[in-house]
Every structure is written in structure tokens, then in C-alpha cells.
Design a protein around this ligand. Sequence first.
Ligand code: NAD
Ligand code: ZN
Length: 245
Amino acid sequence: MVAAWLRRARRVAVLTGAGISADSGLPTFRGAQHALWSRFRPESLATPEAFAHDPALVWAWYQWRRALVARARPNPGHTALVELEAAVPVCTLITQNVDGLHRAAGSRNIIALHGELLRDRCTGCGRESPCTIVASLADAPCERLEPDRCPACGARLRPAVVWFGEPLPEGAMAAASAAVRACEVLLVVGTSGVVYPAASLAPLARTAGARVVVVNPEPAPDDVARQLTGSAADILPALVRRAFA
Ligand code: NAD
Ligand code: ZN
């Protein structure tokens, strides 16, 4: 049924969250963390207040996550979405992930709602640049690291991601809303749907008449058109094959 909806659709939107990268070995927010970081809640580290209060603690956590992400590779779920984009006339991929794996897999029409983990932004002059990666931190993180400094102005760098309480990148939410309002099918993959404003996109799609299909190992709310229960890396390749093979 879902395969037929995709085959007939002219516009498809996909909303992804941390779950699609779980099979690439990246922990979701609710998943297993390193023992060092298990005492901290991500919501208490990923804030402007935390960075202002203790920049070395927040920077150390990000340098650990960056080392994990730098060695992760796209999984068959990411690859299936590249094939979906090639098969559907208009396919918009909206992601809450900051890991860059959709782009690494080859997806092109991406709206990155929460920014990019592997880039820095200067807190002084605003300049963005690729971050430094210390590969050994993936296995042996440390609890404090002084943030890198901007080569242009000397101010502290911060990750170019959206922290809790910060606005989304200019135009990102407007573009995402337009895509879900226009689509016939919205695939919601690997997101718990608790982080706003991204969590408002599925209700918006439904109100506008789209079929909302959830791909998640955990049960979805009952107002979705269809739930495909399981891992994105298993479900998505099979679905795209059924729709377009
Ligand atoms: P979340 O951790 O709140 O939810 C993850 C969801 O994925 C859950 O519903 C879970 O059941 C599901 N899931 C777990 N394994 C799966 C699999 N193999 N296939 C499909 N689904 C699976 O994450 P969220 O909803 O993305 O929202 C929280 C915030 O976490 C976002 O702002 C996001 O930026 C951030 N985050 C990003 C990354 C990343 O970039 N990889 C990792 C962790 C958290
Ligand atoms: Zn600067």
C-alpha cells in the first residue's frame, strides 16, 4: 500500500531524526551513551547557557560526538532515500540530524533544520569553517577541552548546530513547512517527535491532506496513515524496491 502511494506521488517529503543514523552506530538521544557522558542530559549540554557557563565541558562533549560522527558511514536507510529522491519528481528531505550522513550518502535536496555538527561558527565574527576532529576522542573522550579559537578574530568557536532555545536557520522551517504542505506522502523516519518545531511538521502534513507514514521500531501515535515497524536500514530499502523496482 505504502509502495503504491510512493509510486503514484509527484511530491514526497521525508522527515528524519536520530533513529535513521542508529544503524550507522550513532547513538540516539535516548540510546546508549559513553559512560563518561551518561551522567549528563543532552538537553543540559546543548544550550547557549551551558556553553556560556562552562565552555570547556560543552566543547569536550561536542568533540567526542564529532569523533564518533567522523568515523560513521551512511547505512542502507540513507542510501534508500537517495534512490527515492531519484525516483520521485519532487522529493524533499528534512532532517533534524546534524551528522551529515544524508549528504555523504548522496541526497541533494536537504533541509538541515538543526545545522551541521562538523562545522564551527565563530561566536565573534560569525564565520563558519570545518571543525577539527580528534579521532582518538571517539573511544577515549575527556570531560574538559578548551574550545578552539577563530583564526580571524580570536573569539571562541562553537558548533554550527541549533541549540535548545535557539531559532532555526533562516528560512529552514518555512521551506520545510512548504514541502510538507505540498506533499502527497510524508515519511517520518526515526524521530520521537518531541522536539519542536520539527514535531509540528507531521500534523501540518496531515491537515494539508498528505498520507503520513511512520518508520520506527517503536509504536507511533494512532493518527498516522500507516506505521512500518522496524529499523530504517531494513524497512526503507525494501519499501523503495517495492515501489520502483
Ligand atoms: P530521538 O533520540 O528523540 O528519537 C529517536 C527515534 O528513533 C526514536 O523514536 C526511536 O524509536 C527511533 N529509532 C531508534 N532506532 C531506530 C532505527 N534503527 N530505525 C528507525 N528508527 C529508530 O531523536 P530525534 O527525534 O531526532 O530528536 C531529538 C534531537 O536529537 C534532534 O534535535 C537531533 O538533532 C538530535 N540528535 C541528532 C543525532 C544525529 O545527528 N545523528 C543523534 C542524536 C540526537
Ligand atoms: Zn571570528
